[in-house]
Write a protein that binds this ligand. Sequence first.
Ligand code: MN
Length: 290
Amino acid sequence: MAHDEPYILITNDDGIYAPGLQTLADALAGRWDTVVVAPDREQSASSHSLTLHHPLRVQKVTPDRYSVDGTPTDCVMLGMHGLLPRKPNLVISGINQGSNLGDDVIYSGTVAAAVEGTLLGCAAIAISLVPDAGNGYDFTAARDISCEVVAQVIRDGLRPDFLLNVNIPGGPAGNIHGYRVCRLGRRIYREGILQDVDPRGKPYYWIGGQDPAWVGGDDTDFQAIEDGYISLTPLRLDWTRDEELSAMHDWELISPAGCGNGENGAAGNAATGEKRAEGGDQTGSEAGSS
Ligand code: MN
């Protein structure tokens, strides 16, 4: 398989000075051609937000590190379009301080940055470190594991639609049992809103609360982490629920042209267009013209 020379864009959602990014960037820079484009401050849980309503300012912190007063998605967008002398072919987001397991990937700024890389035609990896209970975050083992995963993805040929979510158990390397290829589990976010009154007597709400739980089988990322394994989950961006497509062609919806004139629009809706073409009711407006 032909390997393009890797040019790696490193970003995160914890900010350019976060130890997870610094550790990862230092390690990768020793082996590959790398550049950092990262937010100038923490942007955790920013998901896939893009800054459209004010200009973005970029600061060149060192010759190969740029900070941006925007979101992780902004950073990847800038890095892929014009800020850099050439287009990266691998985006790595992390190492995040905290896990991104199961449904967390929907909220995660770390994963969003990797998603943006994939949307812009690049292989991408999101890497997160699970806290070690009582000991916080030690990125030493996570750094070496990250380098190994990056090397494998490069050997795999940097496929432009390859998006990988990695979670690494906290604690020393000796406590990590290996890698597990697994699917996303389901998060259960419990009693997530704190409500109180501010010093001026106005109520406020604070999203947070109890630690979330999870459900899912032995094949999930949650189980892998609980068992002391590194979770590797390949992700897709096409959210289409394929198994619903054919059943929804039977929906009886009223077409815009049929609204208000008493017609049952089963015949005139794009959703039923395929069925009509097979010889269904031919009255009503043409599917596809609505
Ligand atoms: Mn974060």
